[in-house]
Write a protein that binds this ligand. Structure first.
Ligand SMILES: *Cc1c(COP(=O)(O)O)cnc(C)c1O
Length: 433
């Protein structure tokens, strides 16, 4: 049995039962509902550092990190202090504010492709805006995305998408007009030939290619050697734009994101998660000539009442300041490697087929018997076994993303001891599932 007797979640169950009458599925975002792993979700009471506490008083080592933003650890004292100081000056201006300049300068300095940036309120908003910009700039309508990549929930991207769409096995969402997705072309990840074929079949009509440069939304999948470089070449040859959706990887796999890590510079980039430091922020940016199309500098309309919000900017600025200190990414890499290698070794010793890896503070492990290069490979993993693993870890105080199709995240607050404790729990669970 995976179950432990001391694990009490009575209050979580009461609250979630009530929530289901109040909100669809009891949640504000689908993956939180534990549908794919079974059992009821845990209701959080507070978070701090590498830890989360639920309403029943159970403590967890948290590897979700509010799905990416908490890279400095939850409720970092310096972020909280900066927010407290910002709060008394008001929660929203709806007018220019110098904090926007500060965060914009930090983003432009860090991310190779970004000469100019526009702040929005979520990754979804960043991706839907960048799609409009790709089309406005090129005058072309088709885009290429990859199966299992998630670019938020805008209509145009809800075709073979990752994250919750993959987790819940939703084919294409009802309510998305066929006319909207007709111009969304899909290719398997890591398949340059498929991309070439799409360009050949749709001459002069493809605005660009958008992808997660390291996939985190169909589990953790890395780009094969030459894949990102190949996309850079193909898009250039065809007069199309290359867009890295770095909402997850930005400031996570290196300070300059995947583009700095792999040395491939796209034309445009979307950001989110980390740059909001736990408050709602997204951003898109890129070459100045392209970004100059955005209103009011240019004709492409995009706006937001709360965009560039002073609290969100403050949390983002402080988070990037903390990340910029020397040695942070080395520390993240060391701790995360210990975790990812440890999990894989323990699983293999216990006789399980697993594959997985890690880049900086992002990791993953599939219960699969062959390497995972794309979403089809990921779907061959043993989802039942993952559910048992997830439950067993949860009951031992380890909070993992409740889906095989999500990457895991560490933070600067995760210590070697946290990792050791996690591996002890994993050893127990992996020996009985
Ligand atoms: C999370 C994510 C999004 C969507 O961001 P939200 O803030 O949830 O709207 C888009 N793209 C990628 C790669 C993501 O990981």
């Amino acid at each position: 049995m995976v179950t432990t007797t001391s694990f009490n979640t009575t209050k979580s169950e009461e609250i979630f039962t009530a929530a289901q009458k109040l909100m669809p599925g009891g949640v504000s975002s689908p993956v939180r509902a534990f549908k794919s792993v079974g059992g009821q979700p845990i209701v959080f009471d507070r978070v701090e550092g590498a830890y989360a506490w639920d309403v029943d008083g159970n403590k967890y080592i948290d590897y979700v990190g509010t799905w990416g933003p908490a890279i400095c650890g939850h409720a970092h004292p310096e972020v909280i202090k900066a927010l407290q100081a910002a709060l008394v000056k008001g929660t929203s201006f709806g007018a220019p504010c110098v904090l926007e300049n500060v965060l914009a300068e930090m983003v432009i300095e860090a991310v190779p492709s970004i000469d100019m940036v526009r702040f929005v309120n979520s990754g979804t908003e960043a991706c839907m805006s960048i799609l409009r910009l790709m089309r406005a700039f090129t005058g072309r309508e088709n885009i290429i995305k990859f199966e299992g990549c998630y670019h938020g929930h805008a209509d145009m991207f809800l075709v073979k998408a990752g994250s919750g769409v993959a987790t819940l096995g939703l084919p294409d969402s009802p309510g998305v007009p066929k006319s909207t997705t007709k111009s969304t072309l899909n290719a398997p990840y890591n398949d340059l030939e498929a991309v070439k074929a799409l360009f050949a079949a749709n001459p002069d009509s493809i605005a660009g290619v958008i992808l997660e440069p390291v996939v985190g939304n169909s589990g953790f999948i890395t780009p094969d050697a030459g894949f990102l470089e190949g996309l850079r070449e193909i898009t250039k040859e065809n007069g199309a734009l290359l867009v890295f959706d770095e909402v997850m990887t930005g400031f996570r796999i290196s300070y300059g994101g995947a583009q700095a890590k792999f040395g491939v510079t796209p034309d445009l980039t979307t950001l989110g998660k980390v740059i909001g430091g736990g408050l709602p922020v997204g951003a898109y940016g890129g070459r100045a000539d392209i970004m100059s199309m955005v209103a009011p500098a240019g004709p492409m309309y995009q706006a937001g009442t709360l965009s560039g919000n002073p609290l969100a900017m403050t949390a983002g600025i402080k988070t990037l300041e903390l990340l910029k200190k020397p040695g942070t990414y080395e520390q993240l890499d060391r701790v995360t490697k210990k975790l990812a290698d440890g999990l894989r070794n323990i699983a293999q010793e216990a006789g399980h087929d697993v594959v997985g890896g890690q880049i900086s503070a992002m990791f993953g492990m599939f219960f699969a018997n062959s390497p995972v290069h794309n979403y089809d490979d990921a779907k061959k993993s043993d989802l039942q076994k993952f559910s048992r693993f997830h439950r067993g870890m949860l009951e031992r105080g380890i909070y993992l993303a409740p889906s095989q199709f999500e990457a895991g995240f560490t933070s600067l607050a995760h210590t070697e001891e946290d990792i050791e404790q996690t591996l002890v729990a994993a050893k127990e669970v992996l020996s009985i599932i």
